[in-house]
Design a protein around this ligand. Sequence first.
Ligand code: TMP
Length: 208
Amino acid sequence: MALFITFEGGEGSGKSAQSRVLYAKLTKQAIPVVLTHEPGGTPLGDKMSHLLKWTNDTDISPMTELLLFNAARAQLVTEIVKPSLKKGVIVICDRYADSSIAYQSYGRGLDLEIVKLVNHTATQGLKPDLTFLLNTPSEIGLARKKQQKQDRFERENLAFHQKVRQGYLKLAADESERWLVVDASQSKAKITKLIWQRVSELLPQRRV
Ligand code: TMP
């Protein structure tokens, strides 16, 4: 089994940039790696992602939201993540099931056990080996996104994003062996270095 690495964090935390840097570093070393993301990452999932982020004329209920994210996730796991891991390829995913716990449970208030159960079903129980949490105060992250057109989540108020952040920190504390919490206020280069250190530790354990 190869490594399954995920990046999590609130809006504007810089996780997408760091996932791309990690992908580039592994590729440079000729290590087989795939970079994907949620929501989306497959043609079908991208359509659901668009619905989830840009539907403005209908109130999407929290449960519908959870199920749509997980429908896209089920497709990604089946189409990309599992087949890649099976071939011994490292998979980097920018957001994964922990996003649903942070946003749909801690943020929207859905029952935690229900969210975990739906996640478990969609992922077929596949969990990441390593998860980076890019931790940044919500107001700083949101301010970084202010210049762009804002999706349904970015338009949520500060209290929502603070609940998401606290949710992530709780998840990381509860399963500290899987998570590395990175202070996202450090320089990009420092963050890249911390991430690389942790990934390098795991590389020798990789079974191809
Ligand atoms: P992003 O492409 O900017 O990361 O946007 C995805 C948004 O969707 C982000 O605000 C987090 C949210 N999200 C959830 O609420 N639940 C999920 O399970 C996932 C994957 C993302």
